[in-house]
Design a protein around this ligand. Structure first.
Ligand code: TYD
Length: 205
């Protein structure tokens, strides 16, 4: 089963990953935890380019193609082999991040993005996507309070992040059979519990 975690800035998804993976291992699954952009040697190098605050000359089409290039490597070298070996793949961000950030956030054409995404991933879609939804103000405040790494993509205006959040909600509401929306403004334990429940429920059906 291929599970992706999505959410706007400060949704806390990254800190939920390790305990979630630990739990799934405890109940008997083999799990691969990975993230985007990154996950492979080439993907990590592309991540460096994308996150570097000095690279402010990157134009939107370049940004899209870099995310997709990293994803193509990730799918072939890591995700597909793990799925083939019967593992649960837990991936921190995937194609929906491109739709939410580049599509809704930067307002690049969604149909073109979907076409390119399909090409980059050779059509591999998640079986389940957990959306950790949090209001923009709460997420940004959390990120600042945690002194989290502040990257090139975080530095965009609040209006951008509002479009990203709304974009995620639209994607989730349009494909409810794949998505589960989790209220990430709740306490950490509560969120973890909701994530576990959603996964176990999907594994049984
Ligand atoms: P990261 O430091 O991994 O942040 P987070 O903990 O929020 O996942 O940075 C990833 C950034 O890249 C984040 O701002 C979202 C952005 N992103 C895109 O814009 N498009 C994409 O396709 C992906 C995978 C990420």
């Amino acid at each position: 089963m291929f599970i992706t975690l999505e959410g706007p800035e400060g949704s806390g998804k990254t800190s939920q990953l390790a305990p979630l993976a630990h739990y799934l291992c405890e109940v008997g699954f083999e799990v691969l935890v990975t993230r985007e952009p990154g996950g492979t040697t080439v993907g990590d190098q592309i991540r460096e380019i994308l996150m570097n605050l000095d690279n402010d000359s990157i134009i939107p089409r370049t940004e899209i193609l870099l995310f997709l290039a990293a994803r193509a490597q990730h799918v072939e070298l890591l995700i597909k082999p793990a799925l083939k070996a019967g593992k649960i793949v837990l991936c921190d961000r995937y194609g929906d991040s491109t739709l939410a950030y580049q599509g809704f956030g930067h307002q690049s054409d969604i149909d073109t993005l979907r076409f390119l995404l399909d090409y980059a991933t050779a059509g591999l879609k998640p079986d389940l996507t957990l959306l950790l939804d949090v209001p923009v103000q709460v997420g940004m405040a959390r990120k600042r309070a945690n002194n989290a790494e502040w990257n090139r993509l975080d530095a965009y205006a609040e209006a951008f992040h509002k479009r990203v959040r709304q974009g995620y909600l639209d994607l989730a509401n349009n494909e409810p059979e794949r998505w589960v929306i989790i209220d990430a403004a709740k306490p950490i334990d509560h969120i973890q519990e909701a994530m576990r429940k959603a996964i176990l429920h999907r594994l049984k059906h």
